[in-house]
Design a protein around this ligand. Structure first.
Ligand code: ASP
Length: 356
């Protein structure tokens, strides 16, 4: 009898341990990784060569290269595209955003990771932050070194991104960009160095948080609109209005604005000098573009940090120009394209630039 009791106890303990083990597995958050290519999926002929081809490795191979990822979350991957992000398109953005909205609407998905080239990662992340309608975490990541490089940092970046996407503390923070142990808000981050692994920085507002081998913490919450508070939606949208960027410089040719208007631009962002400045001739061409063709001109800046302020050296109302606030030219283009999806007054568009 005593022997049987011990046997029974051993059986019960074994059942309990198995139950805890399987409960832990099924309790793991579900994270979907959507792959789009980039250097993180790139490969080179030599581990010590800086020359490589981006977007070569498939998502499952990338997941397999991350030890311990299966302990963070139930991870599965989908290949949305496989391009160097210099070839990212609005078509891929729309496909990606629609797929993320679809996945996050399901109770079976707790978070999303997007793997992406670093060149235009800040643009994709910002676009997603404006049109993904969920509080669940979306994290973009990539790497500066290709998957075959000596000291490739992609696997750890992917590990950390999955850790962030599975953490409830990351909810309601909008789309985040994580590389090199840092977490950045999509709106605030920029690629600041062409080759360094510490390339991604948020020069004005600082990073959102940090992550170290999957352990993470947040320092702040973004203070602009995104996700559920954003008024922009891509439901039923198949293309975005054309918005071009013109880089300003000393003695720039005044016919540049006309060339873009003729090519069909509905909006133009000027990467202005200093506080969003440009030559008098360009400013007058901008005024004419609005008066004759309804083309909206936004003044951003080619300077890496700082605000572009309204009515600084002239009255913006006199030229019908909008100021970008502290949004860089590439992100200003995205915000203007989304704003132009519907008829909006100059006042409304300026308000968008102050709040998004
Ligand atoms: N050209 C590459 C890309 O953006 C660079 C990178 O991923 O680091 O896809």
């Amino acid at each position: 009898m005593k022997f049987l009791n011990i046997k029974m106890m051993a059986f019960l303990i074994a059942v309990t341990i198995t139950a805890i083990g399987s409960a832990q597995d099924t309790d793991l958050p579900n994270v979907k990784i959507l792959a789009t290519g980039g250097t993180i999926a790139g490969s080179a002929s030599s581990a010590t060569s800086g020359s490589y081809a981006a977007g070569q490795v498939g998502i499952q191979t990338m997941i397999n290269a991350v030890p311990g990822i299966e302990k963070l979350a139930d991870v599965s991957g989908e290949q949305v595209a496989n391009v160097g992000s210099q070839d990212m398109t609005i078509e891929i953005w729309l496909k990606l955003a629609n797929r993320i909205n679809e996945l996050l609407a399901s109770d079976d998905v707790d978070g999303i990771v997007v793997t992406h080239g670093t060149d235009t990662q800040e643009e994709t992340a910002y676009f997603l932050s404006l049109v993904v309608k969920s509080d669940k975490p979306v994290v973009t990541t990539g790497s500066m070194r290709s998957s075959t490089s000596i000291s490739a940092e992609g696997p750890l970046n992917l590990y950390n991104a999955v850790a962030i996407a599975s953490n409830p503390e990351a909810r309601g923070k909008g789309v985040m960009v994580s590389l090199n142990d840092q977490i950045h808000a999509a709106r605030d981050v920029s690629k600041m160095n062409t080759t360094n692994v510490n390339s991604f920085q948020s020069p004005i507002k600082g990073m959102l948080g940090g992550v170290f081998y999957g352990r993470l913490g947040f320092f702040r919450t973004p203070n602009t609109k995104f996700g559920n508070t954003s008024k922009f939606s891509i439901m039923g949208v198949e293309a975005l209005p054309r918005v071009d960027i013109i880089y300003a410089y000393a003695d720039m040719s005044p016919d540049l604005i006309d060339m873009h208007v003729k090519a069909g631009a509905k909006g133009i962002v000027i990467a202005g000098v200093g506080n969003g400045n440009m030559t008098d001739a360009i400013l007058n061409a901008a005024k004419k573009a609005y008066e004759d063709h309804g083309v909206i001109v936004v003044r951003s800046t080619r300077v890496a940090t700082g605000w572009v302020l309204r009515d600084n050296e002239f009255k913006d109302d006199d030229y019908h120009t909008i100021v970008s606030n502290d949004l860089n030219p590439a992100k200003s283009r995205i915000l203007l394209m989304l704003s132009l999806l519907k008829e909006r007054s100059l006042f409304e568009i300026q308000d968008v630039f102050y709040n998004y």
